[in-house]
Design a protein around this ligand. Structure first.
Ligand code: GDP
Length: 361
């Protein structure tokens, strides 16, 4: 670790784990993300969620008020969860960080009626290759014939309240999923039976429509992060920022900009950065760091508001000259206490690694 600010004993802070959603088309990835955002907002507190560029942050307090007795905030010191807004394994496999996945945890969404499908298998392969911890959301439980919905309820209560016939139909779907996970080499079980989430994959029955099980899913993600990933979440918030480009976008008034998820350190306006480009790494200086404006203020002409700095983990739009040839999936590194050339070499090395992996696909 490089920095030791005079006076402060420890610059390390715990960052928010980054969560990605994967699964077969139409199994409910987008709906589930929408439900998580919507349920968090309807908790009613201001600051229930924060919309970032390309991501949504749900703070621990919101998760714990949604999850009730499933999450006691005293058991956690991680600040919450940051969900990447674009679901799907294409973005998951493109978005890397230091050779691993950008996402720290994944949610694998499987339609409980439809079970494993080709893209579920592909997602499992990628999760396995990147060694990403994951939970399975067995979605659409509300479509089980005869299901008696209980809006927003924890899944165990809702499950216990169903008729025996409904429960056994659901069980069949769940055991098919558990069987398919087992064929893929993962020991899995219903999440309330799992003791060790590192060795056994938790399956959480949910409905992205009624919100049943969503609080359970958040509780499992939070518990998994806290128990098994806490050390990896220690970042030096005064250190040089590092991130991954989600997208390169033309914005009126700014030219080419990059949407970036920052997973380490801090990025400030005016910083020199090195960004992976089509031909060569791009060295440029940040003109503006942009965040979405809160919805209430969106009537002004500009959708974005400028911020001076942004700490990991967060999504941010960077406006800077020369970004036209920047690449989605490429690293972004702040140049602070090292020579530019050293940082350029690092970016080049990471890009080379990405290319090798793409060729293997
Ligand atoms: P994606 O392709 O995985 O992002 O799937 P979507 O979120 O677009 O969902 C596909 C379709 O399934 C849409 O028509 C959703 O409204 C529907 N859907 C998703 N989740 C649920 C659910 O839990 N219950 C029900 N009844 N429908 C769902």
């Amino acid at each position: 670790d490089t920095s030791t600010d005079a006076g402060t004993e420890d610059a390390a802070t715990l960052r928010t784990p980054i969560v990605a959603v994967l699964g077969h088309v139409d199994h409910g990835k987008t709906s589930l993300l929408d439900k998580i955002r919507g349920s968090a907002v309807s908790e009613g507190e201001s600051g229930a969620i924060t919309q970032h560029i390309g991501a949504t942050a749900v703070p621990l307090e919101t998760i714990s008020s949604m999850a009730g007795e499933l999450v006691d905030p005293d058991d956690f010191d991680l600040p919450g969860l940051l969900f990447i807004d674009t679901p799907g394994h294409h973005s998951f496999s493109t978005l890397r960080a230091r050779g691993g996945a950008l996402a720290d945890i994944a949610i694998l969404v499987v339609d409980v009626n439809d079970g494993f499908q080709p893209q579920t298998e592909e997602a499992i392969d990628i999760i396995q290759r990147t060694g990403t911890p994951f939970v399975v959301a067995a979605n659409k439980v509300d479509t089980i014939p005869g299901w008696n919905p209980n809006e927003g309820a924890p899944i165990k209560a809702s499950y216990d309240a169903q008729s025996e016939r409904v429960r056994s139909t659901l069980d069949e779907g769940l055991y098919d999923i558990i069987g398919d996970l087992s064929s893929a080499g993962f020991s899995a079980d219903l999440y309330w039976r799992v003791q060790e989430f590192q060795r056994n994959i938790g399956v959480v029955p949910v409905s992205a429509m009624t919100g049943e099980g969503v609080s359970d899913l958040l509780a499992v993600l939070m518990g998994l992060s806290q128990r098994y990933m806490r050390e990896e979440m220690e970042v030096d918030v005064s250190g040089s920022g590092v991130g991954t480009v989600l997208e390169v976008k033309e914005e009126r008034g700014f030219g080419a900009t990059i949407d970036v998820v920052v997973y380490d350190g801090v990025i400030r306006e005016g910083d020199t950065i090195v960004v992976g480009g089509m031909d060569e790494p791009i060295v440029t200086e940040i003109r503006a760091l942009l965040q979405p404006r809160p919805l209430a203020e969106i009537r002004t002409e500009n959708r974005f508001e400028r911020v001076d700095e942004i700490e990991a983990a967060a999504g941010v739009k960077i406006a800077a000259p020369e970004l036209d040839d920047a690449m989605a999936g490429a690293p972004v590194m702040v140049v602070r206490d090292r020579p530019v050339e050293a940082v350029v070499d690092d970016v080049r090395a990471e890009l080379a690694e990405l290319e090798v992996e793409t060729e293997e696909d």
